[in-house]
Design a protein around this ligand. Structure first.
Ligand SMILES: [Zn+2]
Length: 157
């Protein structure tokens, strides 16, 4: 017995493109994920802006940025990569000693949306260890590279 084809190949490809497009948009959502919480905003008694810096620390830019923040009495959040934190530990220590909030931005700054669980663990734990070596104590927030996450990353976090 032969089965009748239900969907034309072109319609099938169009449906696949719509599904993949939806997955792509969902993986970049700033407010929704399948496990755990995203903090897209916090309530404050008066209007405020949260200043965050991604990537680094770097020998070239971090001291200059820190000097400007110090001059204006501003505290910021620095989402650091583990590899650069290890390579530029004195600059990472300057961020911590100036009293800024420090977050984890992965070890290698790779897209983590489709990454396997062992690699996800490695990216996060190596970076947390580097951040602690820089002197940070307490909770470490995470910001995914390119804002990309899907299943494994939110689950691990
Ligand atoms: Zn980044």
């Amino acid at each position: 017995m032969a089965m009748k084809r239900m969907v034309s190949p072109i319609l099938g490809l169009a449906m696949l493109a719509v599904v993949l497009g939806g997955v792509h948009l969902f993986s970049k959502s700033r407010t929704t994920q399948l496990f755990g919480d995203i903090i897209p905003r916090v309530e404050t008694p008066k209007p405020m802006v949260a200043l965050t810096f991604d990537d680094g620390p770097s020998v070239r830019f971090t001291p200059e940025v820190l000097a400007i923040l110090r001059e204006h009495g501003i505290k910021a959040t620095f989402f650091l990569t583990g590899k650069e934190t290890e390579e530029n530990l004195p600059q990472a220590r300057m961020i911590v000693s100036d009293g800024h909030q420090v977050g984890n931005h992965s070890y290698t700054h790779s897209n983590m949306a489709l990454m396997g669980s062992a690699r996800i663990r490695d990216e996060i734990e190596r970076t947390d260890a580097a951040i602690r070596t820089a002197g940070h104590k307490g909770e470490i927030m995470f910001r995914p590279p390119y804002g990309k996450k899907l299943l494994g990353l939110p689950w691990y976090l």
